[in-house]
Every structure is written in structure tokens, then in C-alpha cells.
Design a protein around this ligand. Structure first.
Ligand code: ADP
Ligand code: MG
Length: 301
């Protein structure tokens, strides 16, 4: 098969591993910078051009679209979908997962366990917003943050008020969330491929840090997850419409709660922690599923 990887950086571990796994399994793999793709949007013959050449003959596309290029990256992916190229994750599912509020609302609707979360627009409602999640300490998050940037722990009511007011003053969209203290600065990353958890790791934040993101200095280790955690992660990925996803779970007093579902989960941390060939599993997924025009959202925006 001919497989495109939409990635800004061919040197990234995840991109390199996908190229390697695809090539090893006998496929032709090409890394394309989404920001260098340009498109002709016609109904008769939608096309994509790349550095002067028209892209043709692709069977599947693996989107690895960074949060900073979501808008253009998903537009390029949508164009691949219009051309009938099979996307590992569909553009609408990626857009959905990038908005934390929208994701949590979708998950809540299907009864997935979540940290108590509230959302407001007006500074006049800040007091109630904080009360809704049980008061301080609480977590405040930018709706479109990643890698732990934009996630703040407010230890007191006063700190929470100032942080929320500051974000609101900057016109940033935020949510407030119950702080799951009992998680002890650790969370569980479940890697889901095709509706199944294929690997899981625990991430522990550095000393004195409640955010466990590896980008923030967290460390990964092996963990055995419970059947409830396994099914929660698999269901969460399914609800978001993602075939490949990193589902982040906290162990709370009220059971596993999902914090977020990532549509371009990194392969480095999880492959190193588990010694599993996750890239190979993603390519295997493509081999079984990639058929022309097999996007469920074709024609729907
Ligand atoms: P990002 O998209 O930036 O990774 P997350 O919502 O995943 O944002 O939060 C980053 C990290 O902060 C999580 O991995 C977790 O360790 C910690 N965290 C986030 N929300 C909570 C919470 N409600 N209670 C306890 N820890 C949290
Ligand atoms: Mg996260």
C-alpha cells in the first residue's frame, strides 16, 4: 500500500517509527508536511499538491497533526478524505478531540466517568463556577491546551478566582475541574487501536508537580490496568470516533475518570515503557481497514 503520514517533522520519534513499521511491512510510506500541502477543492476531481507535484495513488493517511496546526492540518486531511484516501483518524474526530469541553460533553452523554467539571463565560459567575466543582483546591484548564501547558492547580479560593479572572481577561476559554488529589500526580495513558487497549503506562509527575505529562518531566512505568479502566478507555476512544487514541485516566475515589482523549498520541513514551511495537499495530490496522472511500464522515463536514 501507499501510505502518507501527515507530520511537520520527519525526525520525531513517532513519525520515524511509523515510517519504519510501514516500510518493514512492505509498504511505500511518505511523510508530508501538512502546511506544504495545497488543495484544489472541486467536486469532480478534488486534488492535493505538494511542493509542485500532485499527490496520487495513496491508500491511507496517518494524521499526526500538532495542536498548533489543527485548523490547516484537518483541512488537508478532509481533502484526503474527499479523494477517498482512508484516514486512520477522521478529521471530524480530531477536531472534536482538540476541544476539551466538547469532548467531555460527548463522554458525559454516554456515561463515562469524568472529574466534576464546570464551565462559564462571565466573570460574574466565577464564584458559582468554583462552587460547582467543590471549591479549592481545583484545576483550571485552557480548553485547547496540550502537553500540560495551560493546566493550573489553584490551591485556594483566592488563587482560583485570580487565575480564572486573568484567563477570562485574556479572552481564553477555560474550564474548572475537581482536583483528583488521590491520584497523587500520576495518571494512566491507555493506548487504543481499533477499539482495544493495546498498551498502558503510568505517568508520574516530577516531585512537587501534579501534572504527569512526559513533556513536563513526568516518568513512565508499566502498569496493570483493571477491566473497568480498560473498558472505559476503549469506550471513550469509540465515543470520540478515534481508531487510534491515547486516553488519559485518573484513579479517583469514584472510580476511573477520563481527563482527555488524544488523537495524535506520542509513540515514544509508550513503546519504551512497554517494549511493544505500537507503530506496527497501527500499520496492521491500516492493512485490514483501508479501503477507498471508507470514511464514515464523507460529505458531512
Ligand atoms: P493536557 O492536554 O495539557 O495534557 P490534561 O487535561 O491532560 O491537559 O492535564 C495535564 C495533566 O495534569 C494530566 O496528565 C494530569 O496528570 C494532571 N491533571 C489534569 N487534570 C487533573 C485533575 N482534575 N485532577 C488531578 N490531576 C489532573
Ligand atoms: Mg493530557
Amino acid at each position: 500500500m501507499k501510505i502518507a503520514i501527515l507530520s511537520r517533522n520527519p525526525k520525531l520519534y513517532s513519525t520515524r517509527r511509523l515510517v519504519e513499521a510501514g516500510t518493514q511491512r512492505g509498504h511505500e510510506v511518505q511523510v508530508l508536511d501538512p502546511l506544504r500541502c495545497y488543495m484544489n477543492i472541486t467536486s469532480l476531481k478534488p486534488s492535493i499538491h505538494y511542493k509542485g507535484n500532485e499527490l496520487t495513488g495513496f491508500d491511507a493517511v496517518i494524521p499526526r497533526i500538532g495542536a498548533s496546526v489543527t485548523f490547516y492540518g484537518t483541512a488537508v486531511l478532509r481533502q484526503f478524505e474527499m479523494m477517498g484516501v482512508y484516514p486512520v483518524n477522521e478529521s471530524v474526530a480530531i477536531t472534536r478531540s482538540r476541544d476539551k469541553l466538547r469532548s467531555l460533553q460527548l463522554l458525559a452523554r454516554k456515561g463515562i466517568g469524568l472529574p466534576v467539571t464546570s464551565f462559564a463565560h462571565s466573570p460574574d459567575d466565577v464564584d458559582d463556577l468554583i462552587k460547582e466543582v467543590g471549591g479549592a483546591p481545583l484545576v483550571i484548564k485552557l480548553l485547547e491546551g496540550t502537553q500540560g501547558i495551560g493546566v493550573v492547580l489553584a490551591e485556594t479560593q483566592k488563587a482560583a478566582e485570580s487565575v480564572i479572572e486573568a484567563f477570562m481577561g485574556l479572552k481564553a476559554n477555560i474550564l474548572a475541574q475537581e482536583f483528583i488529589k488521590e491520584a497523587g500526580g500520576a495518571d494512566i495513558r491507555c493506548f487504543v487501536v481499533d477499539g482495544k487497549v493495546v498498551a498502558a503506562m503510568q505517568r508520574q509527575g516530577r516531585e512537587g508537580e501534579f501534572r504527569s505529562n512526559l513533556h513536563r518531566g513526568g516518568t513512565a512505568s508499566l502498569i496493570k490496568i483493571t477491566p473497568e479502566e480498560r473498558s472505559t478507555a476503549a469506550r471513550a476512544a469509540g465515543i470520540m470516533g478515534l481508531n487510534v487514541a491515547g486516553v488519559d485516566i485518573l484513579r479517583s475515589n469514584h472510580g476511573p475518570v477520563v481527563m482527555e482523549v488524544n488523537s495524535s498520541p506520542g509513540l515514544g513514551g509508550i513503546e519504551n515503557a512497554t517494549q511493544k511495537d505500537i507503530a506496527g499495530q497501527i500499520i496492521a490496522f491500516i492493512e485490514t481497514n483501508a479501503k477507498p472511500h471508507r470514511t464514515r464522515t464523507r460529505g458531512k463536514g
